[in-house]
Design a protein. Sequence first.
Lengths: 192, 147
Amino acid sequence: MCEICKFIKEAALYNDGNIAVIPSPSPATKAHLLVVPVQHFTILEQLPDNLFIMMMAVANKLSSLIFETLNAEGTNIIVRNGVPANQHYPHIGVEVIPRFLNDNIQIIWETPQASDSELNAAKEELLNALRSIDEAAQAKVKSQTQSKALQQPEQQVTNTTIVAQQKEKKENMEQGQREKKEKTFVLPPRIP
Amino acid sequence: MAETNIDMGKIKKSCIFCKIVSNEIPAHKIYEDDEILVVLDIRPVNTGHCLILPKEHYFVSAQLPPQLFGKMTALAKKIASAFIKEMGYKGANILISNGQAAGQKISHMLIHVIPRKEGDNFIMKLPENKIEDVPAYVGELKKILNL
């Protein structure tokens, strides 16, 4: 069993059905916390946007909470997505870490300043990449709207519907039905 | 934080990111709306490394209005996806550093979105301690966090 899933079951500090807060199983400091989706998602790209936004909101609250209660001198909020990004557990999450001067944590980079032409090229590459992401999202929404129009009226995705959908999914799984991964969370909201 | 005693005008005048927002200093802009500006970091870990800035000067993430923070995090996710799905990276970090002890260098709160690859110059060393007694530790944390 995934260590994070195990901690969600056995050591949750908070769990609302969608999001859980657990202590990091291998804490860098005291009160190193993880905000994780209760459902097992390995990487960020699998995570519905709404859920990620909620996780970050929880992380931000925890960050100020531990800053005050631990008398910390700072906090980090970190997502490590993918092995080259130092992802530690195969269950995506947002980490909240209280920081103190001269602690043993290092998050640093000393990289040279990029030239103007390098930055211009990077800008063009990234803008193109973002455009492709937009187009893919639009195509997805379009196909979903079309198939929905045939089936059922438009449904607004809210916290409650996610819960309801997860419940329904759980029941479906219990019945041994097969289901597609992306089916649970319809309509990723379009980011401007 | 006793912001009431702080001269925000003075801070904004000397803040490099406020100057980027007001176009006093040029930057490579990736995205802009009424509240948010995304620019390339001029000292990128890898090509595409972005900074997501609130246009208003906030010191730390705790001060951000929740809706603004939500918009910024949605952008961070989208940019991270672009790195991985479109630019060939195998990983990305989203990083917020609140306070000097956390590595914050300029007092204007921002979110780093960093594309990652094996062997790059980004160092992330987090000690890995063992929790001796999980239930006791959970109990202690609940007390600390008032949960």
